[in-house]
Design a protein around this ligand. Structure first.
Ligand SMILES: *[C@@H]1O[C@H](CO)[C@@H](O)[C@H](O)[C@H]1NC(C)=O
Ligand SMILES: *[C@@H]1O[C@H](CO)[C@@H](O)[C@H](O)[C@H]1NC(C)=O
Ligand SMILES: *[C@@H]1O[C@H](CO)[C@@H](O)[C@H](O)[C@H]1NC(C)=O
Length: 554
């Protein structure tokens, strides 16, 4: 039998308006679980399609009571055990396919910590509070109930509470930056024996001592030249880590207020694009708190947050913040890159700052930001939820295109009554417009990925691989292929989040609807540190389910 083959031109993502029929639709909310048992303060999606969530062991009893302590002892209903935090879970693994959580073991407190996925999909989690502040923990996803946190014997040089971390282009090396009274950075693992942390004057300069810092959880992004972009408070630098040298100081972001914890705005890098060989890197920073908001909140005055967003290209040699405004002020939100390359701004509040009971006026409506539209037309207000997601809330993009939303707890302990914003254990998904049934004929389905040398796991940098998928109708003229690095999200910042729009070399569709596209892996670990990425085919703005691919060195 002869099947007709149609050779199609590979198009990149369109620059202009979207041809999708779904414009103007606002999405929906799903309640997934009435309780996750622990607060989704830190969340990270693993390549096994599970989501790790944890809060703090020091928060007293969680809502996830254990029958047996992790160290073996039985938990009774006696008053002593009810007060014993080891009789309660503070970390869970959520399995997306069965919509269930299971408890995970924690030996020390990972409260306000940081994390990065290594090349093999293991989560490297760093720091925390108290006995956990110098700890390094690993979670190796296993796809069954057998895996758990492992605490490394090695420890950090400095206590890292409210630090950020980032995976570097060097194989499996992570940098951890900042934290309370830790105005330094350090590597995990160390580069040379006996190495300690490195002082970072930039963190001294950006520290608002009387306002809770405003430079904690600094925004870290890897630039395409391998240097580290660090944004703290209102300022930013490009740091050459090898030479411990600041090679660029960028202009201050215009306007008042601050952007980092406890002001807690958020930041992403816009998708990197094969058309410039992934060289151009543009950072976006949105929201935050007004000047003095942290101390005002202590006096029960909740200052209106920042409405402004800034975009700046950090590569090349002209640097200027282009400013624009969100529909409303916002802080304590998350920014996630959706498969088409739009930015979702979700969770948070309009007034106050981060910290216990420091914010008011929940931001219930997510915003969709379309970076390529004209100025003034980029924000769309999406469907509101009824559940406030304030301090200690988070969100994660799932492989099926939904966005998981968890957490919120502006209190030192689990507090459900007589407070403005109770501890929130409900788990929701925001279901973007592109998932509606009516677009199913647009949706690429049944993706499989093939590449030569499939015995080693990773697709080598720069090499071709094919993705085969089914499409009921002829592809639109805006087919795109995105690769997304899943972040570790906490305190309004998604560490290690990046998206690459991959080059398609050829695309053939047979008469029965199967399409084979030949794609090119990113050229190097400078633009795509080795690890797992979610590969998504986007047809006219409608994404497929994502499949995991691993990029790396041979
Ligand atoms: C991944 O790498 C880490 C760090 O080298 C190691 O501890 C872990 O066991 C590895 N995981 C797998 C699944 O091989
Ligand atoms: C915050 O909420 C209060 C009380 O509901 C309301 O009066 C006020 O207008 C809100 N402020 C903002 C900035 O939305
Ligand atoms: C795609 O996969 C689904 C479920 O795995 C299957 O039911 C369906 O027949 C597949 N579609 C095609 C065109 O093969």
């Amino acid at each position: 039998m002869i099947t007709a083959l149609f050779f199609l031109v590979c198009f990149g993502f369109s620059d202009g308006a979207n041809v999708t029929p779904s414009e103007g639709r606002r999405g929906q909310w799903q309640l997934l679980l009435k309780s996750t048992g622990v607060v989704g303060m830190h969340v990270a999606l693993t390549y096994r399609n599970t989501v790790i969530m944890f809060d703090q062991t020091g928060a007293g009893p969680s809502s996830y009571e254990l029958r047996k302590r992790f160290n073996g002892g039985r938990c009774t209903r006696g008053s002593h055990d009810i007060m014993d935090s080891t009789c309660y879970a503070h970390a869970v693994e959520y399995d997306i396919s069965i919509n269930k959580v299971r408890p995970l073991r924690l030996d020390t407190d990972p409260w306000c910590s940081s994390g990065s996925f290594l090349s093999n999909g293991t989560l490297l989690q760093t720091g925390g509070n108290d006995r956990g502040a110098k700890r390094i923990r690993f979670f190796r996803p296993c796809g069954n109930d057998k895996c758990d946190w492992m605490q490394s014997k090695k420890i950090l040089s400095d206590r890292r509470w409210y630090a950020s971390s980032l995976l570097l282009p060097e194989h499996d090396r992570v940098v951890v930056v900042g934290g309370r009274r830790a105005l330094t950075y350090e590597f995990v693992p160390k580069i040379s024996p006996g190495e300690k942390s490195f002082d970072l004057p930039f963190l001294h300069q950006t520290n608002d001592r009387n306002e809770g810092g405003n430079n904690l959880y600094p925004f870290l992004h890897l630039s395409s030249d391998g240097n580290l972009f660090i944004f703290a408070n209102r300022d930013s630098i490009l740091l050459n880590l090898r030479r411990n040298k600041v090679i660029k100081t960028f202009p201050r972001i215009p306007g008042e207020g601050s952007r980092n914890y406890p002001s807690s705005g958020s930041s992403v890098i816009l998708p990197l694009d094969h058309r410039d060989n992934f060289q151009r890197v543009e950072v976006m920073v949105c929201g935050g708190s007004s000047t003095g908001a942290f101390t005002a909140a202590a006096k029960r005055r909740f200052l209106v947050g920042l409405r402004s967003c800034g975009r700046m290209v950090i590569t090349g040699n002209k640097h200027k913040w282009d400013m624009e405004h969100m529909p409303k002020p916002r802080l304590l939100h998350n920014m996630l890159i959706l498969p088409k390359g739009d930015i979702l701004i979700i969770n948070g509040a309009k007034r106050g700052s981060a910290g216990y009971d420091n914010a008011r006026n929940a931001s219930l409506a997510p915003y969709l930001y379309s970076p390529k539209k004209r100025l003034g037309a980029r924000f769309t207000v999406l469907m509101s939820t009824k559940i406030a997601r304030m301090y200690h809330s988070s969100a994660a993009l799932l492989p099926d295109g939904r966005v998981l939303v968890a957490g919120s707890n502006p209190h030192g302990r689990y507090t459900f009554h007589n407070v403005a914003y109770p501890t929130e254990l409900r788990l929701q998904a925001f279901v973007p417009h592109y998932m509606e049934r009516r677009y199913h004929t647009w949706r690429p389905s049944n993706l499989t990925i093939q590449y030569a040398g499939a015995t080693s796991h990773a697709i080598e940098y720069g090499k071709e691989f094919t993705v085969r998928f089914f499409l009921e109708r002829r592809p639109s003229n805006v087919m795109g292929f995105s690769a997304y690095a899943p972040p570790f999200t906490t305190h309004s910042f998604s560490m290690n989040q990046r998206m690459l729009k991959l080059r398609c070399r050829s695309m053939v569709r047979s008469g029965d609807g199967w399409v084979v596209a030949v794609l090119e892996a990113p050229p190097s670990s400078l633009v795509a540190p080795s690890g797992y990425y979610m590969l998504t085919v986007v047809n006219g703005g409608i994404p497929s389910m994502s499949q995991w691919v691993q990029f790396g060195h041979a």
